[in-house]
Design a protein around this ligand. Sequence first.
Ligand code: SAM
Length: 258
Amino acid sequence: MAKKSFGQHFLLDLNITRKIVRLGGPFDGDVVIEVGPGPGGLTRALLETEARKVIAVEMDSRFIDLLGELNGVYGDRFEVIEGDATKIDEARSLADRNLTEAAHIVSNLPYNVGTPLLIKWLTGPWLPLSMTLMFQLEVALRVVAPVGDNDYGRLSVISQVLCDCQKIMDLPARAFTPPPKVDSAVVHLKPKAERPEPRVIRNLEKVTAAAFGQRRKMLRASLKSLGGEALLEKAGITPSERAEQVSPQDFLRLAHLI
Ligand code: SAM
């Protein structure tokens, strides 16, 4: 039985899970961490690839034994960790297994923890090689929204400053068992080669929270406590603009200047 509080909507059609994995890959020779494998539909597709190892993190103990059956087929290329992905230290989990720090994340995310997990992986300290993530459509659209779009917001800025982001697949609610109330989409995020230092990433979180927290206000007002008009002028941004008119690159410039 699906547990509502764990956001359980399963993908049981191997054609769909294979397609997600094909579009999210290649994973050849790399480690993949899958969050929330449930009964293992996506896990099976991942194990069919040339990934070196698949580590699944699942919070619902009912799936742990079931997933253990995959060891019969794939041996120690597969391992399941029982735990809460929001609390796991990925770098430590990989080091404990004598694996390199580098790993991809693939997940049909439980909707209630989707955004916090994305922010955790985006802002570090541990950085995935890539992320292939199923979100409810509304969240997927926010991740990839261009400046000026209705969906453009804090998540768009942070995602697009730190990663190349693409919506790679749409999935109707009926593709899941049981079907959720909303449609879904898969987003692929690849961290950019040039990454701002941690201080700048923290400032980016701060400045976007202030700007989009009061998105109807002009920036000179919403960013007052961070430097207001003087800061905006230094960054070459018109103080009467509103958050949704400011590009990810301009937000990054602000984050450098704070
Ligand atoms: N990947 C499976 C699929 O596509 O069929 C299941 C996806 S279902 C939307 C989400 C899964 O994440 C469930 O199995 C649920 O128990 C698990 N889950 C929920 N919250 C979690 C968390 N914080 N950490 C790890 N797993 C979690």
